[in-house]
Design a protein around this ligand. Structure first.
Ligand code: SAM
Length: 217
């Protein structure tokens, strides 16, 4: 069993060898990836693999994303600290913790109740008071709290959900995997002067976004 000092060393190595080395430059993102205890968000049987360069199972057929993908998607949002952010797909709660460290408030939606409850507990144990975990279909967004300065979708959508584009603030950024059920393009969607600009960042593989504006099951 590793102690907290060993986990901190693994995090530093993860940032150097998996994240900075692949071109992530935002100092706030590099800092937060070195700070948040990813091992607290994984299942006990994966504790020793928490800082490895791949996703890990979290139960219910879902995954905690690869550290590099978490860093890349976070960097895409260009957060400065005063933003209101929406995450779709809470999963383990790890991405929500990363966002909570570098923005003002985070709303995160998860459709699988067990995962949402577990994430809520870990986030609360770690003292994240600016994160609200909501159980439901995040493909609809969260109308009552919109608009959001940043939206991050951590599950793959068949098309860009109009619901989410509508809930993006002027000057806001959304990052979302869009494509087939086995592979997608990671899209950066920016709203400027009422116009929506979409750029493809890279290819990616995410579990499906299931819901009204996602895949129907
Ligand atoms: N961000 C997570 C983390 O840090 O651990 C990883 C998310 S995992 C790759 C994708 C998650 O999206 C799964 O937990 C899945 O249940 C959830 N999901 C899929 N469709 C959803 C929807 N319509 N609304 C909310 N959550 C959804």
């Amino acid at each position: 069993m590793k102690d907290e000092i060993e986990f901190a060393q693994l995090r530093e190595r993860m940032v150097a060898t998996q994240i900075a080395s692949r071109g992530i430059e935002d100092k706030r993102v590099l800092g937060v990836m070195a700070k948040v205890p990813r091992h607290r968000f994984v299942l006990p049987e994966y504790l020793d693999s928490a800082y490895e360069d791949h996703p890990l199972p979290i139960g219910e057929g879902q995954t905690i994303s690869q550290p590099y993908m978490v860093a890349l998607m976070t960097e895409c949002l260009g957060l400065k600290g005063d933003e209101k952010v929406l995450e779709i797909g809470t999963g383990s709660g790890y991405q929500a913790a990363i966002l909570a460290e570098i923005s003002k408030e985070v709303y995160t939606i998860e459709r699988v109740e067990n995962l949402a409850e577990r994430a809520k507990k870990v986030l609360s144990d770690l003292g994240y008071e600016n994160v609200k975990v909501i159980i439901g279909d995040g493909s609809r967004g969260l109308e009552k709290e919109a608009p959001f300065d940043g939206i991050i979708v951590t599950a793959g959508a068949p098309i860009l959900p109009k619901s989410l584009v509508d809930q993006l603030a002027e000057g806001g950024k959304m990052v979302i995997p869009v494509g087939g059920s086995f592979s997608q393009a990671l899209l950066l969607v920016e709203k400027e002067k009422g116009k929506v600009k979409t750029t493809s960042v890279c290819g990616c593989v995410f579990v499906p976004l299931i819901g009204e504006y996602g895949w129907k099951r």
